[in-house]
Design a protein around this ligand. Structure first.
Ligand code: NCD
Length: 535
């Protein structure tokens, strides 16, 4: 019986696209390959080789690169597949062509794995589905795969793979504990952002974030780390880190990304750099066995890891860079379907049905008190009353949000009003909630209820007929919000933001903390922040 290769044609847009178990499998492959290359064991090396001139990689780099681009190119050469490169300085992207049209064209020409680097966040995630549809409607006998080689400040999943592999080499492949210090430009660095999910590879994780305020880890990634169970501490400089007792033996440096900084931050560049640059005088504070990592490049004039450290046992960044080649060979070989047939995934825990977030109240079992129809508002004969809006927020926030709800449900033209009321029970005198009433409002359809749940989770919708509550729904937070044309990710660099002009519809997934994460760039929002022109 032929087994399905779970890696063939897979895309890697974010590190979590490969499960922990799949990454562990990949790392076993990398160990085998690395050893084979060092031992010149041709037979083992050959098992990885795809040897197909009609298959290959297509590199599309819209930002500069040395290691990522060249290691992928050399990896493809090793695998004996074709290497194509889009010359982005003279491509039609510069004539205003969309990413969708550009990649459709390339999809039609070549059965390949696209390796893409750009400043547009979530680009690969979008292209993966979009080019899949293109290949399908044009009857192409293959589906393209996409590998994110760095998208703006979002993620750099293949760097994460090689970082993880190098760390594992240094800790004897111990997946149990990791204590790591992340030092440098944590604000702009996509390689450290990938660590928020990437380090879930280890069972117990302690992360020390060392950066001045201007370069500290963005909240959404720090929160994600905490949600993932990591113990997270912050320090504003290497000096303050070394002044306390719990110093890690693994330091991961990142370069200050001046090209992504605004004028205000740039003015302080020297001062910021000083706080994250290692100095000779720090040497005797380091613990024995300490290793320094760096995705590179480091600046020739202002290296945060000074060159006098190159020839010391601290240097793990050179091996890390070399490992990039081995990791990418194995990754491409898996996606090409050459290796990976023997991978058996762990048994899946059955996932329940998608929860129902629109709950109709059975009025025969839960009769409605008459005061419901009239509370705080004029009794209405026919129409709708939306109750329990933003319960617990301040009256002014509730009022602002009710305006948004009316707009989103297209109820702003209808007659009626809004009301803020406070609790009646003891202890709830200062707990406010909003009520929207719309006499003679149009009937709400299922799609309206979905919109209402998305914009006012926790509310209750009452449908009033002849002065009585004829229908009642409790609306909870949806697990996914999509398919509404007035949604918008607030990240201007996101592929789904209208600023990118690609017409990519926004889509959000609910997180454990009841926030909504953009399906493309991962930016988190409250349910109030996902609407066009939201505050
Ligand atoms: C990094 C990148 O481009 O994100 N480099 C790399 O791929 N090795 C880090 C950086 O640019 O500083």
């Amino acid at each position: 019986m032929e087994t399905k290769n779970l890696f063939a044609s897979r895309s890697l847009c974010e590190i979590s696209d490969f499960t922990i178990d799949e990454r562990k499998y990949l790392f076993r492959q990398v160990r085998t390959l690395k050893k084979a290359i060092h031992d010149r064991d041709e037979a083992t090396m050959d098992r990885f080789r795809v040897k197909d001139p009609d298959f290959g990689i297509y590199e599309v780099f819209l930002e500069d690169s040395t290691r990522t681009k060249e290691s992928f190119r050399n990896a493809a050469d090793f695998l004996q597949v074709k290497v194509n490169e889009l010359n982005t300085t003279v491509s039609s992207l510069n004539k205003g062509e969309s990413f969708a049209d550009t990649f459709h064209t390339l999809t039609g020409y070549h059965n390949c794995i696209f390796i893409i680097r750009s400043k547009v966040e979530g680009l690969c995630r979008w292209l993966k589905d979009d080019c899949d549809a293109y290949a399908h409607r044009n009857g192409l006998p293959y589906r393209p795969a996409f590998v994110n080689a760095g998208d703006g400040r979002h993620e750099h999943p293949t760097q994460e793979l090689l970082d993880e592999f190098t760390i594992l080499e240094d800790n004897g492949f111990d997946y149990d504990n990791l204590h790591i210090a992340l030092v440098g430009d944590l604000f702009h660095g996509r390689t450290v952002h990938s660590k928020a999910d990437g380090l879930k590879l280890f069972s117990h994780v302690k992360v020390d974030l060392i950066a001045p305020d201007e370069l500290q880890m963005p909240d959404n990634y720090r929160i994600k780390m905490e949600e993932n169970g990591f113990e997270v501490r912050s320090f504003d400089s290497i000096e303050s880190y070394l002044a306390q007792g719990e110093i890690s033996t693994m330091w991961y440096f990142t370069r200050p990304q001046l090209e992504r900084m605004g004028e205000q931050v740039l003015q302080k560049a020297d001062m910021l750099r000083a706080s994250i640059t290692f100095r000779k005088e720090f040497m005797d504070k380091l613990k024995p066995g300490t290793k320094f990592y760096h995705p590179l490049p480091r600046h020739k004039l202002h290296p945060t890891i000074p060159t006098f450290l190159d020839n010391t046992p601290l240097n793990a960044w050179e091996r890390q860079s070399i490992n990039g080649m081995y990791v990418r060979i194995c990754l491409l070989s898996l996606i090409a379907g050459q290796t990976g047939f023997d991978y058996v995934p762990p048994k899946q825990v059955a996932v329940g049905e998608e929860e129902d977030y629109i709950v109709e109240v059975d009025l025969s079992k839960h009769p409605v008190k008459e005061k419901m129809v009239s509370e705080g508002v004029h009794p209405i004969k026919n129409g709708i009353v939306i109750d329990h809006i933003c319960r617990g927020d301040s009256p002014s926030d509730i009022r602002d949000h009710m305006r948004l709800i009316s707009r989103v449900l297209h109820l702003d033209e209808a007659k009626g009003g809004e009301w803020v009321s406070c609790g009646h029970k003891a202890g709830e005198e200062h707990t406010y909630k909003g009520i929207i009433f719309r006499p003679d409002a149009r009937e709400l359809e299922r799609k309206d209820l979905k919109r209402l749940a998305a914009v006012a989770p926790g509310c209750t919708l009452n449908i009033i007929k002849d002065g009585k509550v004829a229908g009642k729904y409790r609306l909870h937070m949806p697990p996914r919000i999509y398919n509404f044309d007035d949604l918008q990710c607030s990240n201007e660099a996101c592929i789904s933001n209208p600023a990118e002009c690609e017409g990519v519809p926004a889509m959000f997934y609910r997180t454990e903390d009841n926030l909504f994460e953009c399906a493309y760039c991962g930016r988190t929002h409250t349910f109030k922040e996902i609407w066009k022109n939201a505050k």
